[in-house]
Ligand binder design. Sequence first.
Ligand code: NAP
Ligand code: ZN
Length: 369
Amino acid sequence: MRFFVPTDIYVEKNCVKNHAQNMLAVGKRAFIMTGRHSAVMNGSLDNVTEVLNAGNVVFQVFNEVEENPSTDTVRKATLAARDFKADFIIGIGGGSAIDAAKATALLLLNPDVDADDLHKVPSHRLDHAPVVAVPTTCGTGSEATPVAIITNHKIGLKKSIPHVIFPELALVDGKYLAFAKKQLIVNTAVDALSHMVESILNVKSNEFNRMCPEYGLRLWGECKDALLSEKKIDEGLYEKLMLTSTIAGMSIAQTSTSVPHGMSYDLTVHLGTPHGPAVGYFLAAYTEVCGKFVPEDVQKILSLLSLGSVGEFAAMLRSLIGTCSVTREMRDKFAASMKVNRSKLDLVPGGISPEDVDYIYEKSLIVEK
Ligand code: NAP
Ligand code: ZN
């Protein structure tokens, strides 16, 4: 049994300032990657640049990372980072900014690899520049995973790239959630929930690595009522939500995600569904199917969340993220491609049949009349 997360992670209020020296030690020329608005709005960009200015680390900001970052954006960022002679990359934002930062860090040191080839399996392991991650959503846990999910629009593919890119440093501060809309917090918290459920309902799950998702699910359960309520989330919960998300990232860093994530990517690519709900729609039916072979694991998940049944789990998810409608044609097409997605299907404990895959789609998506 092995547990491996080589990232130096701090989860605490004001950790960017508190651990300034750790960031300054990473490099001398920082290329900062963010989305269009949020990093300015929530103060995370200012917090980082104050530290860099005080430590005489020069930096350039690239604020063009879109949701579900594309190979084209990563290419553009890499050219700018190379021109700037960056020696490390800082990703500030949700999973999109951090994943784009990871992919840029890889291309920066590998000028022979084009962004459109990021999904190809390399013949040898490629180096990457160091990455510092400052997450501002409570979902992906990308600050603690080796994964970067990148979209290639030319071939309609959203997928993780086959490179191991753990950030060197992660500075996780819940205060940035104060600027997020409630539904963004809910959507990303559902992503973190899915990471932990898929990590337990996974052939790579073991007694050792379960310490993460089991602890994280307990924390998630403590946030459940606040997520379900109509009210704004109490700021006392921000740090717990962020901690849960990082722990969920540490969980999938050991096992990887499974079928619900595999199913989610088509919804995002073809319907523009945000990542958290796109995964969450499939989560209860996946849990139900896994109950055939690992009923005690399903019971454990439900009890950590203080839920009585998979039906209650499904109802909770519906309250949080609603439902999703697709045409029958789309659903059949998505199901057909999932039935050959061995990288996800092979992770299901006890195996999963094509009929089970159909069943999950049937239960999870509404077919438009
Ligand atoms: P996101 O796509 O990074 O961001 C969603 C939206 O939230 C953006 O409009 C962003 O605005 C805004 N935002 C971010 N932080 C905010 C804050 N504190 N306050 C207000 N608005 C804020 O969302 P995400 O769910 O975190 O990331 C999703 C991506 O991560 C997907 O591509 C998914 O596949 C990937 N993912 C990666 C991993 C991994 O291990 N690497 C795991 C799961 C998912 P701006 O654009 O202005 O910044
Ligand atoms: Zn996810």
